[in-house]
Write a protein that binds this ligand. Structure first.
Ligand code: LRY
Length: 222
């Protein structure tokens, strides 16, 4: 896999509406800070953020386009949603690789084939289970990530799904990326020990609102 080198720490630079950092300029600064810290790639959402980040770094960009209802398929849910992300400079498209119904009724293999043929970039499938990972690989994804584990079954654990990473590594003949709730050096070591090819970290680096809230909730007075 040439787009993403083995052992890469990918920093996910995303800020949702309501976050004061929700602006392409902020995400570009985050990406520069991540690169200065040693990140080997950036994950970013939406054409405006991808373009702003592309303008300030030559690092590979994993582009996504979050659209629609977050309780369903919403990470680059259709072929059309990937077009502007690649035009903006993404080197790789990440998309929902779960087995849930897609909003346009297309199959995952159809969406991936069109991205390959019409946009010419590789695809990373964000999955929630081993079965979804196997299916996404069969559907043509070049990489599979544990991104959606804990977000499709009503129960979100506090740490990364190390066991899913281990299972995906054992079953798949492609790079497996660890993503989702990786927060500490111990988390990074655990997913690397499980065989992760690369590791994506988001909130723990790029969401000071979330970091602050977690620390505030730990304050106790007596
Ligand atoms: C479930 C979902 O929507 N995940 C999104 C995918 O792009 C992002 O909101 C996460 O921040 C990203 O996956 C990195 O994970 P974490 O921020 O936990 O390090």
């Amino acid at each position: 896999m040439t787009v993403l080198a083995p052992g890469t720490l990918v920093v996910s630079c995303q800020a949702a509406p309501g976050n004061p950092l929700h602006a392409p300029e902020s995400m570009a600064l985050m990406a520069r800070a991540a690169e200065a810290g040693g990140a080997g790639a950036i994950r970013a959402n939406g054409a405006a953020d991808v373009a702003a980040i592309r303008a300030v770094t030559a690092l590979p960009i994993i582009g996504i386009n979050k659209l629609g209802d977050p309780s369903g398929v919403f990470i680059t849910p259709t072929f059309e949603s990937a077009i502007d992300i690649v035009k903006a400079g993404a080197d790789l498209i990440a998309l929902d690789g779960t087995r849930r119904p897609r909003p346009d009724g297309q199959r995952l293999d159809q969406q991936i084939a069109r991205i390959h043929e019409e946009l010419g970039v590789p695809v990373l499938a964000d999955v929630d289970t081993l079965e979804a990972g196997i299916a996404a690989r069969e559907a043509g994804a070049e990489l599979v990530a544990s991104t959606l584990s804990g977000y499709t079954n009503g129960h979100t654990p506090s740490g990364p799904d190390v066991e899913l990473v281990r299972q995906l590594v054992a079953k798949l003949d492609c790079p497996v990326v660890a993503e989702g709730r990786v927060r500490t050096p111990d988390d990074v070591r655990a997913v690397c020990d499980a065989g992760a090819y690369a590791v994506v970290v988001g909130y723990a680096i790029t969401n000071p609102m979330d970091i602050t809230a977690r620390l505030v909730s730990a304050i106790s007075t007596s």
